[in-house]
Design a protein around this ligand. Structure first.
Ligand code: SF4
Length: 244
């Protein structure tokens, strides 16, 4: 059984086309800007337990509008915490020609996750900061496994989209933007780079959970700051870079 936080049957932001997006419960990271803090705990009373077969049934029901371009995205939380169950789900998707995306922060690097990557059509990897000290500050965890996962995907040849959230004062340092984009410049697996301006839509969730919000007082980046970051990224990664 998979521990599920929620399901969006008409997702348009997490991979190509229209997708069934399954948000799993549990995450090892504690990102300061997380807009889904209610997905972080490994278990909650509100989560659902769904079998692989139940998720496949939802996919079958929506088959006509997911079409050839869309499919299934598993997001989180952090889906690779449940990699063994997802291997079963993605194997079934392959058998039924359902396109799969895995939206991951790259926290876990082991053979089970590698097997899951091998079954995934597009890995959507968040590389939240290239600098190890800033990554630790931002997520309360190391970026070592994140970069190992990126390298694994590059070596094994599947497609990968990279994602980067632009947060004023946290991830917008010019030298680190250059270093981030330079790091991935030669990656042939990277087919798209999403630059995501920070937003404050998740703040109310912290209030309802009674938790302090680390970015209190931080505003979304200005248009000028977004344009500057996109220009830096495009210097290295060209027109793969999109602001979303
Ligand atoms: S990796 Fe995603 S779900 Fe986990 S804390 Fe960070 S933003 Fe939230």
């Amino acid at each position: 059984m998979l521990r599920i936080h929620s399901i969006d049957t008409f997702g348009t932001h997490d991979g190509p086309g229209i997708r069934l997006v399954v948000f799993t419960q549990g995450c090892q990271f504690r990102c300061v800007y997380c807009h889904n803090p209610d997905t972080q705990d490994l278990e909650t009373s509100a989560m659902k337990l769904l079998s692989v077969e139940q998720i496949l049934a939802i996919l079958r029901k929506g088959k006509s509008y997911y079409g050839a371009d869309g499919g299934l995205t598993v997001s989180g939380g952090e889906p690779t915490l449940q990699a063994a169950e997802l291997i079963e789900l993605f194997t079934a998707c392959k058998q039924h020609n359902v396109h799969t995306c895995l939206d991951t922060c790259g926290a876990i690097f082991d053979q089970t996750v590698q097997q899951l990557y091998d079954l995934t059509d597009i890995v959507l990897l968040d590389v939240k900061h290239i600098d190890p000290i800033w990554h630790q500050r931002l997520t309360k965890a190391s970026n070592e496994n994140v970069l190992k996962n990126a390298a694994y995907r590059e070596q094994t040849g599947g497609a990968m989209w990279l994602r980067y959230v632009l947060v004023p004062g946290w991830t917008d340092q010019e030298e680190h933007l250059h270093a981030w984009a330079r790091y991935f410049q030669a990656y042939r697996s990277v087919t798209r780079v999403e630059l995501i301006p920070y937003h404050e839509l998740g703040v109310y969730k912290y209030r309802s959970l009674g938790r302090p919000y680390a970015l209190e007082g931080v505003s979304p980046p200005t248009l000028a700051a977004i344009t500057q970051a996109a220009t830096i990224f495009r210097n290295y990664l060209g027109d793969k870079v999109v602001v979303v």
